[in-house]
Design a protein around this ligand. Structure first.
Ligand SMILES: O=C(O)C1=C[C@@H](OP(=O)(O)O)[C@@H](O)[C@H](O)C1
Ligand SMILES: C=C(OP(=O)(O)O)C(=O)O
Length: 409
């Protein structure tokens, strides 16, 4: 559905929003709960990605369609490869069949898994016949996607002899690996991560444990952006968040100080406040550890009229869409001077913003959500707005709570 967005007439906001659970923590917790029934989960994400993960874990034979969910694709590959007696074909959206999985499949095969490609070598769909895995050492490239590593780590304690991973090359999206290890430790599994070696001990049972999913920090980024584009004095409170987060995107609190947004941590909540501090004009950020907030930051800078240079974006080309190309195209339509390489983006200070541009979203939830805050500066259209359900189904309703006027066309 196409939407027309107009920002609040009073740019001085004061609202409280509850955001759904992190899809990354949810999908890890769901897999761990499938392996260890003594685990229960609180504040599970209501996203499509968590729902397809939950459904996928219930299947024992036939085809599992995970739509656009990268984590579900990668995590279920490890899961089914190690589930003796289960035989499934994992498939997804057209884009999912273009997102590489060879590094994970090769690693699992070298551990003794039985996986074959249904169509193109190196890409889903894949056919998996679950095996009992007893080998316990594997080496794999770590510079393409951390999800391959998390997939192996999540099943590691359930394998007969645990697992030792050797990570080759520059490790990307490291906080997501630490999130996986953090959750394993929460359920009592012993892990270590030293240099490029990760070790996980085997564990047959766990004591009853409730995993409480923190709300999604990537989703919080859109409110950081709205706050940055609002009048000084604006306060937006988001729950349920904590200072010691497993999510690398919590680095937002630090990054957005450059844009005049201060974060206060309260009990289970954060309050974002727009101060009258001058917005930085030197905005250089390496986002190799927080790739999902790249779109938000680029659009915030555009809305604020300042330039930025974002690096560490080498994973963006294989996400829901080629996000570098998508940002280039859509920001250019709005009047930006922007250039991209295959791992960086440079935006020059904005001269003027073109009104009523229709933003294309490329089946990418983050394209819709990253551009929506621009309604604080201009009016715009967003095409295929339903894409947000991949991670944040309530997004448009929450914007209405912030007094955005949203017309469905
Ligand atoms: O493990 C995870 O939950 C994720 C890891 C990241 O992917 P990459 O490791 O492929 O960068 C991130 O972009 C994705 O949204 C979620
Ligand atoms: C890249 C993302 O998701 P995934 O890889 O899990 O599809 C994302 O949510 O930005």
């Amino acid at each position: 559905m196409k939407l027309h967005l107009t920002g609040p007439s009073d740019k001085h906001l004061n609202e409280i929003i509850t955001i759904t659970g992190s899809k990354s923590e949810s999908n890890r917790s769901l897999l761990l709960a499938a392996l260890y029934p003594a685990i229960s989960i609180e504040n599970l994400s209501n996203s499509d990605d968590a729902q397809v993960m939950e459904q996928g874990l219930k299947i024992t034979e036939g085809t599992v369609d995970i739509h656009h969910a990268g984590t579900a694709m990668r995590f279920l590959t490890g899961y089914f490869a190690s589930q003796e007696g289960k035989e499934v074909t994992l498939t997804g959206s057209k884009r999912m069949t273009e997102r590489p999985i060879e590094i994970l499949v090769d690693a699992l095969k070298s551990l003794g898994a039985d996986i074959s490609y249904v169509k193109d070598e190196g890409y889903p769909p894949i056919k998996i016949k679950g095996q009992r895995i007893v080998k316990d050492k594997v080496s794999l490239p770590a510079n393409v996607s951390s999800q391959y590593i998390s997939s192996l780590l999540l099943i590691a304690p359930s394998l007969a002899n645990g697992l030792e991973l050797e990570l080759v090359g520059k490790i990307t999206s490291v906080p997501y690996i630490n999130m996986t290890l953090g959750l394993l430790e929460e359920i009592g599994v012993q892990t270590s991560f030293e240099g490029n070696i990760i070790k996980v001990s085997p564990q047959t049972t766990v004591t009853p444990t409730k995993l409480v999913v923190e709300s999604d920090w990537s989703s919080a980024s859109y409110f950081y952006s709205i706050c940055a584009l609002s009048e000084p004095g604006t306060e937006i409170t988001l729950s349920a968040y904590k200072k010691e987060s497993l999510q690398g995107d919590s680095v937002l609190a630090k990054i957005y100080t450059s844009f005049g947004v201060e974060t206060t941590f309260g009990q289970n909540r954060i309050t974002l406040k727009k101060t009258d501090k001058k917005v930085s004009t030197e905005n250089e950020f390496d986002l190799a550890n927080a790739p999902d907030i790249a779109q938000t930051i680029a659009v915030t800078c555009f809305g604020l009229g300042v330039g930025c240079h974002l690096t560490g974006l080498h994973t963006l080309k294989i996400k829901e869409t080629d996000r570098l190309e998508a940002l280039h195209t859509e920001l250019s339509k709005l009047g930006a001077s922007i250039s991209v390489t295959d791992k960086a983006l440079t935006l020059l200070p904005t001269k003027a913003i073109v009104a009523d541009v229709a933003i294309d979203t490329y089946n990418d939830h983050r394209m819709a959500m990253a551009f929506a805050p621009l309604a604080m500066c201009t009016t715009l259209f967003v095409n295929d707005s339903e894409v947000v359900s991949k991670s944040y189904p309530d997004f448009w309703n929450d914007l209405k709570q912030l007094h955005f006027t949203i017309i469905e066309l």
